[in-house]
Design a protein around this ligand. Sequence first.
Ligand code: ZN
Length: 308
Amino acid sequence: MYNWNIIGHKKQLELIEEDIKSGRTAHAYLFTGPSSVGKFAIAKMMVNIMQCPNNLCRTCPTCIQLSKGSHADTIVLDDDGESIKIEQIRDIIARLNMTKQANYKILLIKKAERLTPEAANCLLKTLEEPPPDTMIILTTNNIREILPTIISRARLIKFTGYSEKFLFEKLKPLYPNVEEDVIAQVCSLAIGKSGKAIKLLNDANLLASYRTMYNILCEFLEDRPVYGKFKAIAEIIENGTENEFLDVFTYLVRNRLYKGLETGSNKITASEKKRYVALLKEIEETKKLLKKNINMRLVLENLALKSV
Ligand SMILES: [Zn+2]
C-alpha cells in the first residue's frame, strides 16, 4: 500500500499496514529480530506514515522535518551506544504529555535493550495508559534483555534475517555495475543481513578491509607459528576491527564447511567437518564474550589457539 522501499519482510509490512488501514494501531509496538535487517528503517517509515498528512509523501513540511529529525511531536532515540537513563525517560514522558500539532505524539527508541531497569519501569505506566494519540515504537536485537512487563504491553512484530540467495536476488538489480561474484561474496559475508550487505556494497574501503582480513584469516586455519597470529590479533585490536574480524572468520569457516559438503568438490574429511563445526561455535562464543567487555586480547588469542 505504501512505498516502503524495503527489501523483503512482506508479512511484517502487511501486519503494520493492516493496523494503519483499519485505524486500530496499538499504543506500543516492539520490533524484534537480528541486527541490520531493517527494523529501525521500517519503524521510521511507520512514523512517517502516521505523521504525514498524505501517507508518506516525502515532500511535505512534516516529512521534511521528520527526515531532518526536527519534528516537534516525534522523539527518536537513535542508538548512540549509551544506556537510556530514567531522567531521560522522565523528560520524554513530560514531552509526550504536552499539546501536539501533528497527528500523533510518537516516541521511537532504537535498541530498547539500552533502557536501564529503572528507565524501563518508568516508561511502563505510559505504555499502559498513554496520553491520547500517542504511539511508542521500540526496536530490539535482543528481546531477552527487555522486561517481560514491557513485552506484554506492546504489539510484537518479529523480523528474521534473509537467506543469502534471497538477498543476492534482491541486490543484483540494485547494483548493476557490481560484479555478480562480489555481490554473492557480500551477501555471504553479511550472513543474511541486508543493512550489512548494503553497507559493504556502498563502502569500498570497508569491503577492502574485509578482503584483507580474509587473507589474514586463511593463515589462521593453517598450522603456522602462533607468534604471527598473535601479532595479527594485536593489529586487529589496535584498528578496532574485531567485529569485522569475527564476521569474516565466520564467513571463511562456513564457506569451507559448506563447500566441503557439496558433492563433487574436494570433499572434506569427517575430522575436518567436526573441526569447522566446533570452530563456528567457538567464534559465536567469542562474540558473546567480547560483548561482556572481557579482556579482548586474551579472548581472541584463545580463539587463534583453537583454530588449528
Ligand atoms: Zn509527507
